[in-house]
Design a protein around this ligand. Structure first.
Ligand SMILES: CCCCCCCCCCCCC/C=C/C(=O)SCCNC(=O)CCNC(=O)[C@H](O)C(C)(C)COP(=O)(O)OP(=O)(O)OC[C@H]1O[C@@H](n2cnc3c(N)ncnc32)[C@H](O)[C@@H]1OP(=O)(O)O
Length: 302
């Protein structure tokens, strides 16, 4: 008992620096509906939260069609959903997945980085940093049930999770492919990949902008498990049950021990990172190539 209380105090002390200043901004979430068992169901236009209070788990479904691109509004809604779940003692784990068929997330929203003013770029980048910090350091067990393609920022979101299950579909691929767009993955994207697959594999993947199909993703370690498409959710559930069997405080402290140095680096360089991003994204050459890339995506259909 005394040990459990001591662990709780220690956990709070370790988590406190991240709790401060990392609160999600107020956004357009819909009213929380009370469940019959007292557990709140969260609704927002782009994030659907399906709570399973008996299991202590919530499934967070991304639904920002057509491709779950991480727009400012969508990021804000995701962060608010995460915060609500973290603040509700019912939940110990979340499974993040997609409600858009065939697409987990197309990554950062290119329209947020193209043709806007520097203030907007700074605001957007701060929200991307926030998403990474909050998911990477979440005290909940976070499992990604990756049921679609997941390039760049979509891959980053998966990499913040504690475990990744990918559907075995040859159309799906995952990776940090920024160089293919002529842009550079920031140091904290790189650090997260290095922490997941090791330095040599990360260097090769980042320089070549590799998008790994399922078997390759498993071999290199970008994902932990590849399963038939219809088993992605059930596999995520059973992995979650294993993780939730571990004493929560011990697991949370271990997560922080493993991730703190990486998160600290961004926390201490956060403003400089925003300035770098704004300077980089405002360059004419970068704007031109992002614009051309967006046009190419749009013309693909026609
Ligand atoms: C010294 C060094 C200093 C460095 C300093 C640091 C600076 C930091 C640099 C900046 C780093 C930024 C990091 C960036 C991370 C990213 O995530 S960038 C985004 C990367 N994502 C992609 O490249 C994916 C692009 N999309 C696709 O490939 C395809 O859309 C798809 C996901 C494979 C789905 O294909 P399909 O189902 O065929 O749909 P589409 O028809 O292609 O798309 C439908 C509509 O959606 C629009 N769209 C697609 N992706 C995006 C996106 N990411 N953002 C915004 N919009 C997107 C697409 O244009 C279509 O639009 P409409 O035609 O209007 O319907």
């Amino acid at each position: 008992m005394a040990l459990a209380v001591g662990m709780r105090v220690l956990t709070r002390a370790l988590l406190r620096p991240w709790a401060r200043g990392l609160r999600a901004a107020p956004g357009r979430t819909g009213p929380a509906a009370g469940g019959g068992d007292g557990v709140r169901c969260f609704r927002s236009p782009r994030v659907l939260v399906e709570p399973d209070p008996a299991a202590g788990v919530a499934v967070v479904k991304m639904r920002n069609p057509p491709v779950n691109s991480l727009s400012l509004e969508f990021l804000t809604e995701l962060l608010i959903s995460l915060e609500k779940l973290e603040n509700d003692k019912t939940f110990h784990g979340i499974i993040i997945t997609s409600d858009c068929p065939g697409i987990f997330s197309a990554g950062l929203d290119l329209t947020e980085m193209c043709g806007r003013d520097p203030e907007h770029y700074a605001e957007y980048w701060k929200a991307v940093q926030e998403m990474w910090l909050r998911f990477y350091l979440s005290n909940l067990v976070v499992i990604a049930a990756i049921n679609g393609i997941s390039p760049a920022g979509g891959c980053l979101l998966s990499l913040t999770c504690d475990y990744r299950v990918l559907a075995n579909n040859p159309k799906y691929a995952i990776g940090l492919n920024e160089t293919l767009l002529g842009i550079v993955a920031p140091f904290w994207f790189k650090d997260t990949l290095v922490n997941t697959i090791g330095h040599r594999s990360a260097e090769r993947a980042l320089q070549l902008g590799l998008l790994f199909p399922p078997a390759e993703a498993l071999r290199v370690g970008v994902v932990d498990q590849v399963v038939p498409e219809d088993q992605v959710q059930s596999t995520a559930r059973s992995v979650m049950a294993q993780w939730l069997d571990i004493p929560d405080h011990a697991r949370q402290l271990t997560k922080i021990l493993m991730r703190k140095p990486t998160a600290d680096r961004l926390l201490t360089e956060r403003d400089a990172d925003i300035e770098n991003f704004v300077r980089f994204i405002c360059k004419d050459s970068i704007q031109k190539s992002l614009h051309a890339y967006l046009e190419k995506l749009k013309q693909k259909k026609g």
